[in-house]
Ligand binder design. Structure first.
Ligand SMILES: [Zn+2]
Length: 372
């Protein structure tokens, strides 16, 4: 027993000194911890783990009734379903991130919206970015919101007619709609009236609560849209969001634990709240306040989330096939959930909250390559 454990520890890179000074149980535990991917390691002490580690380590949804708990930026998701990697009018991207999971209402909305997109001339449909993790919750990388399966990112590039390979979906570069040589200006070579139609179509759906885009894109819509502007106020300016837009749907009636956001202000939003983004203020470095007490950063813990989220985390898993929308087996063989590793921090936004992203309160700073 001892010798086999010793070989195991040595194989995992342990020194002879460590073998002498630790008991076999400790060695086995540390060796096991070493071979787990970063972020999925068990706690090395009694300290509770940040919620992002608990939820970021889940590979499958809970086998429980579908429900969204908490708010968009502080909550979790029970009984999630996945949008298949491929559908007639969509392709899911960056499959290794394992974020195709949503509240069934969101999945059904995306299926319908992708069809509408193709109908208005948006290629053969949409390219889907992140929705949520299998059990929602905070993430190790990438987003402040997207926690309750009611937020989805859509690329500003239409789906090609052919199915891309898994590798292509990992590597296909984002394309900004901005001319980065200028301050907050849409690139007229890339922006088309179909982009505008797509956004307005999303905003005009009754279940859509907000659509987040870059301020330059909102300005472009304000200046060029000649149709009905009733839904334009739902299109909200925010940092980033120049390579993709973000659709947030309302709390479904069958999720009483879902915390809705305040309704958007009346009007089209083409007002001083938009003009503020074109001032220095949102882009200036925050001035340090010499009188402010230093605040120790604190991770969101499970106890900060709605109580139901402990149950969501502890519930047994559903299988990927059983919880994929329509029972479809993804045709492009995405990375199986068992091979899931947390996404590389290639697109990290600084932790921030957009619990209430009503302008003009800056809530996050732009980061090159960041994805909301
Ligand atoms: Zn997003």
């Amino acid at each position: 027993m001892t010798s086999s454990l010793t070989r195991f520890s040595a194989g995992a890179g342990f020194s002879a000194g460590a073998r002498v000074s630790t008991g076999w149980a400790t060695r086995a535990f540390i060796a096991a911890a070493l071979i787990l991917p970063l972020g999925l390691q068990p706690a090395l002490s009694a300290e509770p783990q940040p919620a992002k580690q608990l939820f970021g380590g889940m590979t499958l949804p809970s086998r429980t009734a579908p429900a969204s708990f908490g708010s968009y930026a502080k909550g979790c998701l029970s009984g999630a379903v996945a949008l298949p990697a491929d559908g007639p009018t969509w392709q899911a991207m960056r499959l290794s991130r394992n974020r195709r999971w949503g509240n069934p209402h969101m999945i059904m909305f995306l299926e319908r919206f992708s069809r509408d997109a193709a109908e208005i001339g948006w290629g053969s449909g949409i390219l889907l970015g992140d929705i949520s993790q299998p059990r929602g919750g905070p993430m190790l990388t990438g987003h402040a919101s997207h926690q309750i399966g009611l937020d989805a990112d859509i690329w500003f590039q239409p789906k090609p007619a052919r199915a891309m390979s898994v590798a292509e979906r990992e590597r296909k570069p984002f394309v900004s709609m901005l001319d980065k040589t200028k301050f907050l200006t849409v690139n007229p070579e890339r922006w088309t009236p179909t982009h505008a139609r797509l956004l307005m179509r999303a905003a005009s759906e009754p279940e859509v609560d907000r659509v987040f885009v870059n301020p330059a894109i909102k300005k472009k819509l304000c200046e060029t849209w000649t149709g009905d502007r009733t839904a334009m106020g739902k299109i909200r300016p925010i940092y980033g969001h120049d390579e993709h837009f973000h659709i947030r749907i309302k709390c479904p009636a069958d999720s009483p634990g879902c915390k809705p956001q305040a309704a958007v202000a009346p009007g089209d939003g083409c007002d001083k709240s938009l003009a503020w983004w074109f001032t220095q203020e949102p882009w200036a470095k925050p001035k340090p306040n010499p009188d402010a007490k230093p605040v120790k950063p604190r991770f969101v813990m499970l106890s900060d989330l709605p109580q139901a989220c402990s149950g969501v985390l502890a519930a047994p898993s559903s299988s990927e096939a059983a919880s994929t929308f329509g029972g479809a087996v993804p045709v492009s063989a995405p990375a199986p959930a068992s091979a899931f590793v947390p996404a590389a921090p290639d697109a990290i936004m600084p932790p921030a909250t957009i619990d209430d992203p009503s302008v003009p309160v800056p809530t996050r700073r732009p980061v090159a390559g960041g994805v909301q």
